[in-house]
Write a protein that binds this ligand. Structure first.
Ligand SMILES: Nc1ncnc2c1ncn2[C@@H]1O[C@H](COP(=O)(O)OP(=O)(O)O)[C@@H](O)[C@H]1O
Ligand SMILES: [Mg+2]
Length: 412
């Protein structure tokens, strides 16, 4: 095996060298000239090149990235370590090009030991993805029609579950490939997200540690990991079923519960594969004809039933509920399956405010969201029971909601 490391910092090179076995032929370059020499000599024979962005501080990203790509072999795996000091526009360009050129990225802000671990894991993969459905449980959440509230329900349930499952790890993943919104709804600004690991998922080489490092965390909920979506929205249709399948297999090995927010339209791999593989399929529906009748039935009849799914394989969450008991029955009848939770509409445009301020409804402690939070707890209890996890209640939790046994119809 041949590897070239291009790092400007000798201590990073030293740490990387330690995780690589002696029989590997390694070359170290500490500046651009040394790297050029190394690549001229044996670029095409390399198995891996790990390059720190800092090496190229006099060139534009599109220049040095294409230089690396054209100087190595087709099979050479390129891994770029992002620098903390890059201009955000350049960082965006690097991320975008890396999707096109199948380049893996290591996020900035890691310690030297963490970077060395990442390098070791990529050169000596540990994750074996034999059985796709082994490990953590997957709950996929989609809306019957866009804007019914899938993202709101997925975010709320993930936070609620993580808070009450302190010994378990929870992943919230945004798989709306064409309209990823978790980033905005949680006001996440960092450069982490699916983009960092897209190429690893594509080549079937995603490592658990790389997945963890691509995730964001919320303050105060340490066991909740959040993977924001790919900002290359136009790339959505190039993402394959196998890529998502590989991702899910690794995610199941890494987390106890995965909540995937997927889009309504089953015209992309993430929606199809997540729904097909999910242990729990949750459809968020509003008491509006365009949602529970037209959109759901058209998609179910034209797509889902051809994937061997029955209506009863899906469970409904009636969102933006205004307590109309009869509505519940007619929605169940129209959709051919049952409502497992009803989630109250929070009035006065609270939802839009929540998004614009990046402060999710579930984390709004005001009285106006009391009922909403209770309903989310009830839904979370239902999920927990299905996956066989006992929730650890918080002091303020309503016992009825925890039992997941609130009356679904009539007065709530
Ligand atoms: N129960 C609710 N009460 C108030 N606003 C809500 C509720 N559920 C969703 N919303 C708001 O509705 C809009 C669409 O919700 P979103 O979760 O983004 O839908 P989707 O992911 O299905 O497209 C957002 O502004 C959101 O804040
Ligand atoms: Mg959404």
């Amino acid at each position: 095996m041949k590897i070239t490391f291009a790092f400007s910092k000798p201590n990073l090179a030293e740490a990387a060298g330690k995780v690589i076995n002696k029989e590997v032929e390694t070359t170290f370059a500490f500046n651009e000239e040394e790297l050029t020499r190394a690549l001229n000599k044996s670029g095409r024979e390399l198995d891996f090149i790990f390059a720190h962005e800092e090496i190229f501080n006099t060139r534009y990203p599109w220049e040095w990235i294409s230089y690396i790509k054209t100087s190595v072999g087709i099979k050479t795996k390129i891994v770029i370590l992002l620098s903390e000091s890059t201009d955000s526009w350049y960082r965006e360009i690097i991320k975008r090009l890396s999707v096109d050129l199948e380049i893996s990225l290591i996020p900035s802000g890691l310690t030297i030991d963490e970077i060395a671990e990442e390098i070791g894991n990529r050169v000596y993969p540990k994750t074996k993805t034999s059985d796709e459905n082994e490990g953590g449980r997957l709950a996929a959440v989609m809306s019957a029609s866009p804007k019914d509230g899938a993202t709101t329900i997925a975010i709320s349930t993930a936070i609620c579950a993580a808070m009450r499952m302190p010994d378990k790890t929870v992943l919230l993943v945004d798989f709306n490939l064409k309209s990823p919104e978790v980033r905005d709804q949680l006001n996440i600004q960092s450069d982490r997200g699916y983009q960092l690991i897209q190429s690893d998922c594509d080549s079937g080489t995603l490592e658990q540690s790389a997945l963890l490092k691509a995730c964001e965390k919320l303050k105060d909920v340490p066991n909740l990991h959040i993977l924001t979506g790919n900002q290359r929205r136009e790339w959505a249709e190039k993402i394959t079923i196998d890529e998502i399948g590989h991702f899910l297999a690794v995610a199941r090995k890494t987390f106890d519960l995965i909540i995937a927010d997927v889009h309504t339209f089953p015209d992309q791999a993430a929606t199809l594969k997540c729904m097909k593989n999910a242990d729990e399929r949750i459809v968020v529906v509003q008491p509006i004809v365009t949602s529970y009748q037209s959109s759901w039935n058209d998609w179910f009849n034209s797509v889902w039933q051809h994937y061997g799914m029955k209506e009863t394989d899906f469970h409904l969450v009636l969102n933006r509920d205004n307590k109309g008991a009869l509505e519940g029955f007619s929605i169940e009848k129209a959709m051919g399956t049952k409502i497992v939770a009803r989630v109250r509409n929070v009035d006065k445009g609270a939802g839009i405010k929540a998004i614009n301020y990046g402060q999710p409804l579930y984390l709004n402690e005001g009285v106006e969201t009391n009922e909403f939070r209770d309903n989310i707890l009830q839904l979370t209890s239902w999920i927990a029971e299905r996956i066989g996890v006992e929730l650890v209640p918080l002091q303020k939790d309503s016992k009825a909601a925890l039992k997941g046994k609130r009356k679904l119809f009539g007065i709530i």
